[in-house]
Design a protein around this ligand. Structure first.
Ligand code: MG
Ligand code: ZN
Length: 377
């Protein structure tokens, strides 16, 4: 190790210490998450695509049940992450997403808080403070565990009225998904649709805008009372359209952007042990991955990361049976549980910094890998 590197490491330790003192002196509420030393290039834009409940078998459906080539084949930097939360062997979507968003392992149900229920600053908040624009898109309620973990801090995922209030006051510049009832039909009787408008949001509860969003404004699209319909019930190209609308809008920011897009219902197909539900939701998600990659290829300075919080269903592409005998000529998917499983989860990365996603690591390392090229404050 050269003298120079030793000196740099000492300096980094000193700066980390200083950072710790400063953040503890002036910010009592929201903790700063642990960060790695700066490592390599930081992309201008980050697109994080989360397929809720999407294990390797769910990904595999895009090779067996789709006429189109799978967009997963377009990634070269691929890894695996372990999903174990605090206090359990198997994660839920709240602690799973909080690991990505805030870099901490927490307990099941935690939204943007650590194991002591203390709020931890999220990647969306960190990058927003650096002047980047931010967006969240989801096919569940926008207040559901996965998207909420990027902008809210609550001790329980069930506090969706509170999460809606926190979205109104958050650093999110663009959101699209379901969840209108948590804004318009609340236990406290308040109308947070009006609240969002007072906070500067243009809100639409009926349809996505076509185009023409301007970066000096904020936008919210609440298109389902609770969740968005499933693909089989006619959701159409909502996820694709919302993602492209977000990209058109966010890409106007010269400083860059952070966008999280969730294919929420892959998980629900797993809970329902319904293979067709999973297959159709993965197809939709695969299409959006392709569009994100098209954007990133054209842009040249965008990191795309695709992963899941956990696997759901213990899903297997099992062989068909003929008179109780395995028939390897056909597939008849099976499930081992109606819940989540602890299997390692694949990660696919493209763009500047994507090489950091090779290997096997913990779910909360994904937070650090996304920010590893950011200079420490
Ligand atoms: Mg989810
Ligand atoms: Zn689930």
């Amino acid at each position: 190790m050269s003298i120079n590197i030793i000196f740099m490491k000492k300096l980094a330790v000193l700066l980390l210490g200083l950072n710790f003192l400063l953040t503890n002196a002036c910010n009592q509420d929201i903790q700063k998450p642990v960060r790695f030393m700066s490592e390599g290039q930081q992309p201008k834009n980050i697109i994080l695509l989360i397929g809720d409940g999407m294990g390797l078998t769910q990904v595999s459906t895009s090779y067996y049940f789709n006429d189109k080539p799978s967009n997963f084949s377009r990634f070269n930097n691929i890894g695996l992450h372990q999903t174990t939360p605090i206090g359990a062997k198997i994660t839920d979507s709240a602690s799973g997403a909080t690991a990505f968003s805030a870099g901490v392992k927490s307990y099941n149900g935690a939204i943007g808080v650590d194991q002591d229920t203390q709020a931890v600053e999220t990647i969306l908040e960190i990058l927003s403070q650096k002047g980047l624009s931010t967006g969240v898109v989801s096919t569940s309620s926008i207040t559901h565990a996965t998207p909420a973990s990027f902008y809210a801090h609550t001790k329980s995922r069930r506090m969706q009225d509170e999460i809606a209030r926190q979205l109104m006051n958050s650093k999110v510049d663009f959101f699209a998904g379901g969840g209108r009832k948590f804004f318009a039909d609340r236990k406290d009787g308040e109308n947070l649709i009006e609240g969002l408008k007072l906070k500067g949001f243009t809100v639409d509860t009926t349809k996505l805008a076509k185009k023409g969003l301007t970066i000096d404004k904020k936008y919210g699209f609440l298109l389902g009372r609770d969740y968005m319909p499933k693909m089989e019930n006619g959701r159409g190209d909502f996820l694709s359209k919302a993602t492209n609308l977000a990209l058109d809008y966010l890409n106007q920011d010269p400083k860059g952007f952070f966008l999280m897009v969730e294919g929420s219902q892959i998980d629900w197909g797993g809970h329902a042990n319904d293979a067709n539900y999973i297959i159709e939701e993965v197809k939709d998600f695969d299409k959006v991955i392709g569009e994100a990659l098209d954007f990133a290829e054209k842009d040249g300075n965008t990191l795309v990361v695709v992963t899941a919080d956990h696997e759901t269903g213990g899903f297997a592409l099992s062989s068909a049976k003929v008179r109780k005998q395995d028939d390897y000529r056909g597939l008849a998917p099976t499930f081992s549980t109606g819940g989540h499983t602890a299997t390692l989860i694949p990660v696919f990365a493209y763009g500047p910094g994507s090489e950091r996603f090779r290997g096997i690591y913990q779910n909360n390392d994904i937070f650090r890998k996304m920010l590893a090229g950011e200079p420490l404050k």
